[in-house]
Write a protein that binds this ligand. Sequence first.
Ligand code: SAM
Length: 329
Amino acid sequence: MKELTVEALFNVFDESAALLSRLLGISYLEALGETAENLFHGHVLQEELNEMDEKRLQKLYKEANLEQHSKEAIRKSYQLAILKGMKEHVQPNHQMTPDSIGLFIAYLLKKSMQGKSAFTLLDPTIGTGNLVTTVLNEFNGQIEAHGVDLDDVLLKLAYAGANLLHHPITLYNQDALEPLLIDPVDVVVCDLPVGYYPNDERAEAYRLKADSGHSYAHHLFIEQSLRHTKPGGHLLFIIPNGLFESTEAKKLQAFLTEEAYIEGVIQLPETLFKSRQAAKSILMIRKKAPGIQKPKEVLLAAMPSLTDKKATAAIIQKIDRWFSEYQER
Ligand code: SAM
């Protein structure tokens, strides 16, 4: 049996999700989660379907024959179907971290981990799981991953996707700013949800709570992530470009200086975002620990458009040089 292209695999996810959505009266994204579960188990799990529809789906799944596809082909086609579902029903928190950013984070993490491939990782806002599975696919090691998210539809997609890719990820459906039953990890990756955190009472437990009114959720997430990181652990956040320019920024900066080393801030290409205001950067920090030195200089870089190969190569060279100098000390 020949291997399907990413587009043909997407069509399998898409056709099954559209059919299940119509037959079961659920959203496309929910039906996509059901589809991924069916594909993982190798048969149709929904007992409500009639024999004809069940056979149609069974045939589709058999032709897809997922076992013969690479993890990246499966992740990409699943991701395309998730994007389609998100476009159909726009919801403010339904955002997925795109490939290009996930791959860049994986590259930075590889540099930070210096060849280590067995470690623990947490994404406190794992959403669909695309960021984490992009990283896990790149490492191909023994990463023990944990993910938290408030949104049960997205978390189901993360769960079913992780199964399809055979990645062990422990998932928690809760507000990640409430106490977490997760031991400190070696690495945190997080595409920060940006905005106000509505639970002022809970925000009281954070040093980065606002002096008055609602606190910034993205600030609280940085604090919560550091609490759940081992000393010397690495944290990579996708942040809004203006993170250090807001009214609460001074407090954040002072907190970070006390608890961690800011290793780098890398601006992502504006072309990846809808507008200049929506553009983001990657913040690399390391939790302080005895024996861990502060970098001589913070890595500051702006990624050019990824289609500009020459400029991208020059920035990558600069980043590689920064890592070698930092790690040789
Ligand atoms: N990296 C994710 C992916 O690849 O799908 C996307 C993350 S998205 C930018 C931010 C996520 O934060 C959303 O999935 C949203 O549901 C989640 N979120 C927002 N506030 C939260 C909270 N207090 N606790 C847990 N998750 C939260």
